[in-house]
Structures are given as structure tokens and as C-alpha cells.
Design a protein around this ligand. Structure first.
Ligand code: FES
Length: 106
């Protein structure tokens, strides 16, 4: 049994531009991580659902990269509305938000 019902990791890795894959920080990873954290707090999920910033998750070209455990579902949300959709549907109900999935990883 997991300590948290669901655990969200958002990549905030930053590179200097020398890697052709780029990085999640340049694609809004820090904002996405902050939006998840704020949603968890606002919805009263603290202690049940956890949102953490992460280092490189090795899917850089699809960033900003997000993975939700325990289902191990990979997303690439780019807007605050995307983050709310993942919260409303996946984190709250366990429904996979198919339109935000990273292709080929799920
Ligand atoms: S830089 Fe985000 S997954 Fe690699």
C-alpha cells in the first residue's frame, strides 16, 4: 500500500541549451509544478495526494513531463487548465486524461 493515494512528479530540470532534447524548465515545468502544488493545497488533499518537483525524467523532448503514481501515467500539461483537468479527472477520480498523455509512453 502506498503512503500517498497518488503522487505527482513534475520535471523542472534546466539545461544550458547544449542538449538537443531541450529541458522541461524552458517549457514551463516550474509553472506546472507550482500549479499542481497549489491545486493539491486548495482541494484539501494535503497528506493524501502529493505533488513534487523532480529532476530529469528522461522524456525531455515531450516536456513539461509529469508522471502520476501509482498508475505510472505520463502527461505533458502546458496550461493551468491542463493541470486542473488532471486534478479533476485523474487525481480525484482515477480517470486517465487521454488528451494530455505523452504519446508512446502509456
Ligand atoms: S528535462 Fe524534463 S524529462 Fe528531461
Amino acid at each position: 500500500m502506498s503512503f500517498y493515494e497518488r503522487h505527482v512528479f513534475t520535471c523542472v530540470n534546466e539545461r544550458d541549451g547544449s542538449d538537443a532534447r531541450g529541458c522541461c524548465m524552458e517549457r514551463g515545468g516550474a509553472e506546472v509544478a507550482a500549479w499542481f502544488k497549489a491545486e493539491v493545497k486548495a482541494r484539501g488533499w494535503t497528506g493524501r495526494i502529493r505533488a513534487n518537483r523532480a529532476g530529469c525524467l528522461d522524456v525531455c523532448e515531450f516536456g513539461p513531463a509529469v508522471v502520476v503514481y501509482p498508475e505510472q501515467v505520463w502527461y505533458s500539461p502546458t496550461t493551468q487548465e491542463d493541470v486542473k483537468a488532471i486534478c479533476d479527472r485523474h487525481l480525484a477520480k482515477g480517470e486517465i486524461v487521454t488528451e494530455l498523455l505523452i504519446p508512446g509512453l502509456n
